[in-house]
Design a protein around this ligand. Structure first.
Ligand code: GLN
Length: 253
């Protein structure tokens, strides 16, 4: 735990990897814990900080190529983070964040740099930028259909040590010949990395993915108490009121 009994959530490098507001994923996780009466501490880790190693959840978001290169330098200066992310904590990595946790990134001009080597994937420039809304079916048993939007120039290829996060139903995937999105550690339980190209923030659009990560990090979750959760907030988090569910517009969690 981060301090006392609060669940620690570390947001890594939003100063370099904050272009797409993926930091909102931390707000979603924190609020879903608070609604359940569980204490939470969100820690922002910038490029001048050292990473905390005692948090339960780590988040790393998307950004532009220049910021991503600086983030790779920062990761190289903090190699112990590799063990934390690979073996001890639960990590959500989005787009540039996912690319950085792979083995290598090659830029359009041929410059190649190493990633943190937590995920078995490498990234090279794609033939065209992948843009647009995505619908996917995750490979995680407790997560329904996911949505988000993609905006990336890199194309990522998974090695045998990584499992795709989702099968693409509609929209661009990891690359032109890869109809899958993202990657994850082989185990769907306990510590590990879930990585995706989906922005949104993805957890605001897919609350059952948020609860999947929370369960892995803190154990079984009490159900959300509707008395504590304003319906407006639930709707913003993807909840569909009962009358709309009956009309077939559904989110079933
Ligand atoms: N710079 C990377 C790319 O274009 C990541 C972009 C992003 O994080 N959205 O592939």
């Amino acid at each position: 735990m981060s301090s006392g009994t609060a669940v620690g959530i570390a947001v890594l490098l939003p100063d370099l990897l904050g272009t797409y507001s993926d930091r909102g994923n931390a707000e979603v996780l924190a609020q879903r814990l608070r609604w359940r009466g569980i204490g939470v501490e969100v820690r922002t880790v910038t490029a001048t900080d050292a990473p905390p190693d005692g948090c339960e959840l780590y988040l790393v978001g998307g950004g532009e190529d220049a910021g991503q290169r600086l983030a790779a330098d920062w990761l190289r200066r903090h190699p112990s983070l590799r063990t934390t992310l690979a073996e001890r904590a639960v990590t959500l990595a989005v787009c540039a964040g996912m690319q950085l946790l792979g083995t290598s990134v090659t830029e359009r001009d041929g410059t190649r740099y190493a990633g943190l080597d937590v995920l078995d994937l490498h990234t090279v420039p794609g033939p065209r930028r992948a843009l647009g809304e995505v619908l996917g079916r995750p490979s995680l048993p407790d997560v329904g259909v996911v949505t988000g939007f993609a905006n990336h120039g890199g194309a990522s290829t998974l090695g045998p040590g990584a499992t795709p996060f989702a099968r693409i139903v509609r929209g661009p995937g990891n690359g032109p010949h890869h109809p899958v999105d993202g990657a994850r550690s082989p185990s769907a339980e306990g510590p590990g990395v879930v990585a995706t190209y989906l922005h949104g923030p993805v957890l605001a659009r897919n609350p059952d993915l948020a609860d999947h990560l929370l369960r892995r990090a803190v154990g079984p979750l009490p159900p959300l108490d509707p008395a504590r959760v304003p319906e407006q907030a639930l709707v913003r988090c993807g909840y569909v009121p009962a009358q709309d569910r009956r009309r077939g517009r559904g989110w079933s969690a």
